[in-house]
Design a protein around this ligand. Structure first.
Ligand code: HEM
Length: 399
């Protein structure tokens, strides 16, 4: 049994759970041979069990996030000649610790809490504006909106620029060849970001970006984020924060429609919402895999791994591992405990986790308050992509 995991087409009908069950049982640390679709024509390890994925995430010295050693700047691919800055998700300590310390000064509980009233109001407006509730495309009209608005609010993007920015990002993501954001649209978003950062320097506002631009870490040689680090962070937030949350909203509603007993349970007992949100993140696992590079010869679950090998670990598979979860293929909104790794673990654990949880809670509360029933009008379409996997299109009738 072989499924080419580098080929987006392998994900066109949804996540290949069958193949991963086979891997977890038979080849928990599996060598994926290079195929026509493999980046750089290289093979890579596939880590599918929960315990092994956690072991990789919690050992950043052995499994490096800095993908292109020796040090290169940026996770965007645009700045490879410029070594003066780093992207938080693609760096190791000590650089990662410094970046995380700086950007965390924007992501404070105070900032997140301050967004709640605004996001709830925006969620209500999004539902008010549905073109025709008896037949509409949920991903575009509902699921994409709140996460984009949340990122724009964090960044203090003026209201009048938001639609255009969202369109560039969407068009970029539609371009399958690049996986994340196409170069042309990336450049537009990058230029916009640079101007916005300059504006926040000149006239700081109450938004997180203004705080991040001014953040300082005493005792570090570089006390502030430099221009490249700021733009890398700006660019990362859209795929990291908006696409993931969109997938969780879409996949979450799909799961509730497909499991009417769970939908009923949640309606009857709204206090279950925080647990339901965790189960939605486990079930949909919008970040389906991540990649590290081995820095030394090592072994994982008895399999030798060589220095320089690419190691992918699949959070989606870890979150369905029978060894870690009772009945993992059961969607259970009251699952407790639910130690899923949908937000990762270790030093790179999702920075936006409290915000994502709040957005999901607000959106599902508002959806259930507004409508008594939801019906699928056609089979959902999936993104034929192994990085941003999730529902792409879903026609819904809501009453
Ligand atoms: C349901 C929604 C979300 C999911 C499933 C998710 C998932 C993840 C995962 C798995 C990681 C760890 C990556 C790794 O180990 O390499 C991560 C990191 C990150 N996430 Fe999220 N995320 C979500 C929402 C957000 C939001 C809303 C934001 C920001 C507004 C955000 C910002 C980030 C950032 C900046 C990192 C990098 C942290 C670091 O490397 O230290 N995420 N996310």
């Amino acid at each position: 049994m072989f499924v080419d995991l580098s080929d987006g087409a392998s994900f066109a009908d949804g996540f290949p759970h069958q193949f991963f069950k086979y891997l977890r049982d038979e080849h928990p640390v599996y060598w994926h041979k290079p195929t026509a679709h493999s980046p750089g024509g290289e093979g890579f390890w596939v880590v599918s069990r929960y315990d092994d994925a956690v072991a990789v995430m919690r050992d950043p010295q052995t499994f490096s996030s800095d993908k292109v050693p020796p040090r290169k700047g940026g996770g965007t691919g645009l700045n490879d000649e410029n070594h003066a800055g780093f992207a938080i998700n693609a760096s190791d300590d000590p650089q990662h610790k410094r970046l995380r310390g700086l950007v965390s000064q924007g992501f404070t509980p105070r900032h997140i809490a301050a967004l709640e009233t605004e996001l709830r109001q925006r969620a209500k407006t999004i539902l008010d504006r549905i073109s025709d509730p008896s037949d509409f495309e949920f991903m575009r009209e509902v699921a994409r909106e709140l996460p984009l608005q949340a990122i724009c609010s964090i960044l203090g993007v003026p209201e009048e620029d938001r639609l255009e920015l969202a369109d560039w990002i969407d068009q970029g993501l539609e371009t399958p060849s690049e996986g994340v954001i196409s170069r042309e649209h990336l450049l537009l978003v990058q230029k916009y970001g640079q101007e916005l950062i300059a504006e926040k320097r000149r006239r700081p506002g109450k938004d997180m970006l203004s705080d991040i631009v001014q953040a300082r870490l005493e005792g570090e040689a570089e006390t502030r984020l430099n221009a490249l680090e700021l733009i890398n962070f700006f660019l990362l937030l859209f795929p990291a924060g908006a696409e993931t949350t969109r997938s969780a909203i879409g996949g979450g509603l799909l799961a509730l429609i497909e499991h009417p007993d769970e939908m009923r349970k949640l309606r009857d007992n709204p206090a279950l919402m925080p647990l339901a949100v965790e189960e939605i993140v486990r079930w949909t696992t919008p970040s389906i895999y991540k990649r590290r590079t081995a820095t030394r010869d090592t072994e994982l679950a008895g399999t030798p791994i060589k220095a320089g090998d690419k190691v992918s670990f699949w959070e989606m598979s870890a979150n369905r591992d029978e060894r870690a979860f009772a009945a993992p293929f059961k969607f259970d909104i009251s699952r407790d405990p639910n130690p899923h790794v949908g937000f990762g673990t270790g030093i790179h654990i999702c920075l936006g986790m409290p915000l994502a949880r709040m957005e999901l809670k607000i959106m599902f509360e508002e959806l259930l308050a507004r409508f008594d029933s939801f019906e699928l009008l056609a089979s959902p379409k999936w993104m034929p992509n192994n990085r941003l996997h999730g529902v792409r299109e879903m026609r819904i009738c809501a009453r």
